[in-house]
Design a protein around this ligand. Structure first.
Ligand SMILES: Cc1cc2nc3c(=O)[nH]c(=O)nc-3n(C[C@H](O)[C@H](O)[C@H](O)COP(=O)(O)OP(=O)(O)OC[C@H]3O[C@@H](n4cnc5c(N)ncnc54)[C@H](O)[C@@H]3O)c2cc1C
Ligand code: SF4
Length: 532
């Protein structure tokens, strides 16, 4: 196998790429009009990379088209700004619009959001799958039994395991002790990693090559099996001829402001186009490709997350530990919330530290004694995804009153747990509550805060819906076989097809669903619809 990079000798899997396997839109001269592939996969994140690898494994020829650049492990640094600029969509400035603005964070690079995520791996809860079967008419298509071999394979391939002692960190250790003392079962996170050193830097890309993101796993593995990657190439539309998907038209992209004029890239797909551009970009790509399903862009859901910081009288050292090391699922079904820890380096912790000027610097000096615990809500509210006039994506969503009530109760619970664990102060970050509260009695101020989304510093990273799966073309975009109702040979395999959110971290479910879809497509189990 030829080395893509001449020096130094490869240390990471993304350093070893077969000769000619990558067409980089940032440097490629001229237009690209390549020959045909069996499948063209749009997006190289959790869904796209796994689908591409499964298709390549079946012997099919595969092109992966990714809008963002391939940032290699050896390039990952400590600069949060640099990482946002190069690897995050819109440099991390996307927001969900509604009663409040909620930051919406997504990756835009080879590996997608798996490059900056915390590597947490959760199987889809069976009650969620049962609900999909019962309420959304999926029949026996998506069941725990059907997904099981895919979860098993992914867990083996990506080394999913509970965080080891030497990478757990004090923030997670304190949470585990306190949750159990509080009567809440709690566990170490299962994560995809091999050799995590607890550097708490997952958010800017794992500099140690330990996290098994798609950038170091299924993308290079697919290339080793003969797939071709077109990075820094944004798919403008899927080409549909006589009711059938036959390829894509893309344009080269760049993160540099003085970039050359974009070049056109045309790729042909003999057997199908697999859309895996994420919950936000997939529906708008289908729209640009001429699909008009009534439910396209509807039923968007998320898990809004929010955290609070506690200042302890003993060292916590959040700069050490797996980025997210511990969790409690005890309230997943009853209260629709999930509790987690979050470790981070000082420059990221700054966003959780209240105040300005001298006050901010004084608090910042307390970083070694800070802990951050977070919760996510399995929100009931639904929103929409549409194209914006600027060419970007417009997401509208407002949490429902019941979601706000659950978020408020979750915050109060975490604050109580922090005081019981020995916090001197808790910084709730909630409008209407003092910047710092000093005793467990004061937690009632959180219980009483107005359940107004504008008071909460939510952030959204777990995204679902907008190309819903179902048997009825009037109420869904793709069938239970992942194929678009309107276009033969056009498949959507990311979490945009999920009928609901999950209540647990989604990447494992996304990968397993995508692997299931790709395996069925490659085996000819999905019958192509009769082209219109
Ligand atoms: C900070 C953060 C932390 C997270 N932590 C966890 C975690 O620990 N565990 C977990 O389960 N989940 C986590 N998630 C969520 C998880 O990473 C995502 O749910 C998952 O990666 C989504 O998979 P996807 O394939 O749908 O989209 P992505 O992984 O986002 O990949 C989509 C890719 O498609 C590309 N694309 C989009 N449009 C086009 C186009 N037109 N042409 C070409 N390419 C296109 C994008 O650039 C992107 O690279 C986290 C997310 C974030 C942002
Ligand atoms: S905590 Fe550090 S070493 Fe561990 S996976 Fe994340 S970035 Fe890599």
């Amino acid at each position: 196998m030829a080395r893509h990079l001449d020096n130094p000798p490869p240390r990471f899997t993304d350093d070893v790429v077969p000769e000619g396997a990558v067409v980089d839109g940032e440097t490629h001269e001229g237009e690209v009009e390549d020959g045909s592939f069996d499948y063209v996969v749009v997006g190289s994140g959790a869904a796209g990379a796994v689908a591409a690898h499964a298709l390549a494994e079946s012997g099919a020829s595969v092109a992966i088209v990714e809008e963002g650049p391939w940032v290699k492990t050896r390039e990952f640094g400590e600069s949060v700004y640099g990482a946002f600029k190069r690897m995050f969509r819109d440099a991390g400035t996307q927001v969900i619009e509604g009663r409040s603005f909620v930051p919406l964070i997504q990756g835009r690079c080879v590996g997608g959001s798996t490059v900056m995520n915390s590597a947490i791996a959760h199987r889809t809860p069976e009650d969620v799958l049962d609900d999909w079967t019962a309420r959304f008419g999926l029949g026996g298509a998506i069941t725990a039994k059907a997904l099981e071999p895919h979860f098993d394979a992914l867990e083996r391939q990506l080394h999913a395991h509970a965080v080891f002692d030497d990478a757990l960190g004090q923030n997670s250790r304190m949470f585990l002790d306190e949750a159990r003392a509080h009567g809440l079962p709690a566990e170490r996170m299962h994560r995809y990693e091999e050799g995590c050193r607890g550097s708490a830097r997952c958010f800017t890309g794992c500099p140690n090559g330990a996290k098994q993101g798609m950038n170091v796993a299924h993308v290079p593995w697919a290339l080793a099996l003969g797939a071709r990657l077109y990075c820094s190439c944004k798919v403008e539309r899927v080409v549909v001829e006589r009711g059938r998907a036959v390829g894509v038209v893309a344009w080269t992209t760049s993160t540099e402001p003085d970039a050359r004029r974009p070049r056109r890239v045309r790729l042909h797909a003999r057997r199908g186009v697999i859309v895996a551009a994420s919950t936000i970009q997939s529906p708008n790509l289908l729209r640009r490709s001429g699909l008009r399903a009534r439910s396209l862009g509807e039923h968007f859901q998320c898990h809004p997350g929010v955290g609070l910081a506690g200042m302890f009288d003993r060292p916590v050292d959040m700069g050490f530990g797996a980025t997210q090391g511990a969790e409690s699922l005890a309230l997943r079904r009853s209260d629709k919330i999930k509790l987690e820890t979050l470790a981070m380096p000082p420059e990221l912790a700054a966003v959780r530290i209240p105040g300005v000027g001298r006050e901010l610097m004084q608090r910042f000096g307390l970083f070694p004694r800070l802990g951050v615990w977070v919760m996510t809500v399995r929100a009931e509210a639904e929103g929409t995804v549409r194209p914006a006039w600027s060419g970007r994506d417009k997401v509208r969503w407002t949490p429902a009153p019941i979601d706000m009530d659950r978020a408020r109760r979750g915050m109060a619970l975490l604050a109580r747990m922090m005081f019981e664990a020995g916090a001197r102060e808790v910084w709730p970050g909630l409008h209407g509550v003092p910047t710092a509260i000093h005793s467990i009695d004061q937690v009632r101020l959180i219980d009483e805060v107005a359940p107004d989304p504008r008071a909460f510093g939510f952030i959204a990273t777990h995204l679902f819906g907008a190309c819903r799966m179902g048997p009825d073309p009037r109420a869904s975009v793709v069938g239970p076989d992942f194929q678009a109702h309107e276009v033969a040979g056009l498949y959507v395999v990311d979490s945009s097809v999920f009928p609901t959110n999950l209540g647990v971290n989604p990447q494992h479910s996304i990968m397993a669903m995508s692997r299931l879809a790709a395996t069925r497509i490659a085996a000819g189990e999905v019958r192509s619809r009769v082209a219109a």
